[in-house]
Ligand binder design. Structure first.
Ligand SMILES: CC(C)(COP(=O)(O)OP(=O)(O)OC[C@H]1O[C@@H](n2cnc3c(N)ncnc32)[C@H](O)[C@@H]1OP(=O)(O)O)[C@@H](O)C(=O)NCCC(=O)NCCS
Length: 336
């Protein structure tokens, strides 16, 4: 069953991560932390860090080209670009969607950036599938990309051990057969203080004060976020399954937002224990939390490793700052 009247097949995926690797041992030299603390509390061993002159869109260009190539689709066929990011190249003008459209040589498309923090990719997937269902587009390029390192305070051990950079993309295409089966989305601004980037917007415009008070970096209440994350990731997954009229038994691969291995472990306990764990795909140990890029990178990674093959049913579940959450069930339709 699909909740989209005109099906959107997921026909290609690609990802890109920057060359530079930041290990736990490297972080031990920067802040008061240890490889053991980071591994046992988060499951993260490495993250990729973009070069100084490498932007979010630069990374997305590589991921999008790979996704289009894997789908066998030319840029000329793309009707819409939905670009999820919380770390755009510029403060909204020009959008990353415009920069990407130009770089890829997409001749006729509409597009926009979408900010839903770590849930961004699921929001973008929903937007793409909805555009196809409504007949607005036949082919949509859906991107999640982040340069989180640009807004990470490398003097704050609470946050700097978690985040990495990278980009992922998928191609959605109007189809006779179902691709995106269901999506569920939600927000809760009541908990907006749990993770924020206070400076740089209209509340605290760029100024010397913003720099002096380090307002241009992420702030986070980790312990509270942890609890909310476990709840929303689990609820989202259950709701997306119910909306697609499926159970966990029908799912081949589960891709949660790659935030923290202990959060994901707790979600698996609630979703079905060992049965859920066996279906998990994780790459957070090598990439860390890449926010809107996290699920997009993992999806593409799972395809390239042969964990997802044509016909695989995949459950995605995400949560992020705002708060936001989103989950989806899809059938992979790309080439083997
Ligand atoms: C951040 C997180 C890993 C911290 O793990 P935790 O088990 O909750 O740890 P706590 O916050 O209870 O902190 C325990 C202690 O470790 C310390 N600590 C924090 N970061 C540390 C680090 N990198 N190295 C060593 N010690 C650290 C804390 O200061 C605290 O010390 P104190 O007890 O003396 O105050 C965890 O809460 C988490 O992952 N939360 C969700 C974060 C997230 O996903 N954010 C992205 C949202 S999309």
């Amino acid at each position: 069953m699909t909740s989209f009247p005109r099906p959107a097949a997921v026909v290609g995926a690609g990802h890109y991560v920057p060359e530079k690797i930041l290990s736990n041992a490297d972080l031990e030299k920067i802040v008061d932390t240890s490889d053991e603390w980071i591994r046992t509390r988060t499951g993260i061993r490495f993250r990729r860090i973009a070069a100084e002159n490498e932007s979010t869109c630069d990374m997305a260009i590589h991921a999008a080209r790979a996704a289009l190539a894997s789908a066998g689709i030319s840029p000329a066929d793309v009707d819409a670009v939905v670009f999820a990011t919380g770390t755009p190249d510029y403060f909204n003008i020009p959008s990353c969607a415009c920069l990407l459209q130009h770089a890829l040589g997409i001749p006729h498309a509409y597009g926009y950036d979408l900010a839903a923090a770590c849930s961004g990719f699921v929001y973008a997937l929903d937007a793409g599938a909805t555009a196809i269902a409504a007949g607005r587009a036949d082919t949509v390029l859906v991107v999640g990309a982040e340069k989180l390192s640009a807004f990470t305070d490398y003097t704050d051990r609470n946050t700097c051990v978690l985040f990495g950079d990278g980009a992922g993309a998928v191609v959605l295409r109007a189809s006779e057969t179902p691709g995106v089966l269901s999506t569920v989305l939600g927000i809760d601004g009541d908990k907006s203080s749990l993770i924020s980037l206070p400076g740089g917007g209209s509340r605290n415009p760029p100024s010397q004060r913003v720099l002096d008070e380090r307002l241009c970096y992420w702030r986070m209440q980790g312990r509270e976020l942890f609890k909310v994350a476990v709840h929303t990731l689990t609820q989202g997954a259950q709701d997306a399954l119910a909306k697609a009229d499926l159970s966990l038994d029908d799912i081949d691969v589960i891709i949660p937002h790659q935030a923290n291995a202990r959060i994901i472990e707790a979600v698996c306990d609630r979703l079905g224990g060992e049965k859920a764990r066996e279906k998990l795909f994780l790459d957070l140990d090598v990439y860390g939390n890449t926010s809107a890029a996290s699920i997009a990178i993992a999806l593409s990674d799972a395809v390239s490793q042969g964990r997802i093959v044509p016909g695989s049913k995949v459950l995605l579940t995400a949560f992020g700052g705002g708060l936001t959450w989103g989950a989806a069930v899809l059938v992979w339709g790309g080439r083997a």
